[in-house]
Design a protein around this ligand. Structure first.
Ligand SMILES: *Cc1c(COP(=O)(O)O)cnc(C)c1O
Length: 419
């Protein structure tokens, strides 16, 4: 459910004409709908009203400060995976007591920063990590709250790059070894055991793998308690999928139902780290057609490219293509491609689409998650603008980068000067 709809054949974000925004700020740009973001957050949060819980939005899906603030102002916490995301979360006003920190490769400076700010939980992903955190906490005279992120060895039936809960993935620790590692962590003087965490993958479209994961985590919590290790938090990660094309993911209520069954008598606070499900369908990428090439294979060349939205290239994923102004007439089968000098630079492949002409505006749907946040400046293309609509008003929430931004921080060593 989102608020991007055609009215009289013209695409609107809430009450704002997409064409009018394009006229004012140029293309390409990301456009997000505030009402959609709020609705997604509230639906997700309300689905768990029967369980003590905290929704920690996964910042990596879209880390723009305005998006973070939207969720923070509704009581959300933030799931971070780097010092940079901690900085962004704090800048956006996040309460450190609602920040959880995941990731396999936390550096010492990042751990120190998170301890200084007093975050809720470090989700540790290796044998060594609790020891490293313990050492740093000791030198700072504080206690670090930790969970072990366990890998429950579950196939989430998703793209291999975003499946994280199987034995062969780099994430988490083997759930079979968890009890003894918890016992060891309990003996470390500068740690407090806060909970158990897991995150089995992204873009999951069935409840089965979630149910399996929570069942396995539940068994572990009971085992740990039997060993005298208190568990206050169970962090079940994110991963709930969305509809890009014809997927039929469970809605948050079904997802919550599957979890509540296993969780309701565990007497702990559940943490969820949704990313995609909150922002994915709340954003689109708006681009303009530059050229069309018809022949044995047809191409529509637009001004957005893989550096702006890499999901099709990286995961072979489907993003729906929609004309901003609907036109009657013929359709064609074409690839929609960008200006980048790579054959992998496509936004859609072999797709039936209107017979676009140069100048037409195109909306690439479901681009709110892992869109801008994965963008780069490859081919020295400045990053695009980001815009938030709220009812009939739109707000620039990130300026389009300039050419000067491209070389910011670069230096020419003195031996090259004057050459
Ligand atoms: C990426 C990630 C998430 C969010 O995943 P979504 O599929 O976007 O919901 C949550 N937790 C962790 C640890 C992650 O790495």
């Amino acid at each position: 459910m989102h608020f991007f709809q055609h009215k009289d054949g013209v695409l609107y974000g809430e009450e704002c004409s997409v064409e009018a925004i394009a006229r004012e700020i140029g293309t390409p740009f990301y456009l997000y709908s505030y009402r959609t973001l709020v609705r997604h957050f509230e639906t997700f949060d309300a689905a768990f009203s029967d369980l003590p819980h905290l929704v920690c939005y996964s910042a990596k899906a879209n880390s723009n400060g305005a998006i973070l603030k939207t969720f923070i102002s509704r009581g959300g916490g933030i799931d971070i995976v780097s010092g940079g995301e901690l900085f962004r979360a704090l800048q956006a006003g996040a309460n450190p007591a609602k920040i959880v920190y995941s990731g396999v490769g936390k550096r010492e400076d990042e751990i120190r920063y998170a301890l200084r700010e007093g975050i809720l939980l470090f989700n540790c992903e290796s044998y060594q990590e609790p020891h490293v955190i313990n050492g740093i906490a000791g030198t700072m005279g504080v206690k670090a709250p930790i969970a072990l992120r366990v890998n429950p060895d579950i196939d989430p039936h998703t793209h291999p790059y975003i499946a994280t809960g199987m034995k062969k993935a780099k994430f988490g620790i083997d759930i079979e070894r968890a009890v003894s590692w918890y016992q060891e962590a309990k003996r470390l003087p500068h740690l407090t055991i806060g909970g158990v965490s897991c995150h089995i993958g992204s873009q999951l479209t069935e409840t089965g793998p979630f149910t399996e994961a929570v069942t396995r985590v539940r068994e572990l919590v009971l085992k740990l308690r039997a060993e005298g290790i208190a568990i206050d938090y169970v962090d079940l990660g994110g991963g709930l999928g969305i509809t890009y094309h014809d997927e039929e993911p469970p809605d948050p209520r079904e997802y919550a139902h599957a979890i509540c069954e296993q969780g309701k008598d565990l007497r702990c606070t559940f943490i969820f780290e949704p990313g995609r499900v909150l922002v994915g369908n709340a954003g689109i990428l708006v681009t303009r057609v530059l050229y069309t090439k018809e022949g044995e294979k047809n191409f529509v060349v637009v001004d957005a490219a893989m550096n702006d939205l890499i999901r099709p290239t990286l995961y072979g994923s489907y993003q729906e293509i929609v004309p901003v102004k609907k036109r009657k007439g013929e359709e064609m089968v074409a690839d929609m491609v960008g200006p980048i000098c790579e054959s992998g630079d496509f936004l859609a492949r072999d797709r039936v689409m209107p017979r676009f002409e140069p100048g037409d505006l195109v909306a690439i749907m479901s681009a709110g998650a892992y869109g801008f946040s994965m963008s780069s400046t490859y081919n020295s293309r400045p990053r695009v603008a980001e815009v938030l609509v709220q009812d009939a008003a739109f707000h620039l929430i990130r300026e389009r980068e300039s050419y000067a931004d491209l070389i910011r921080g670069e230096r020419i060593p003195s031996f090259l000067e004057g050459k």
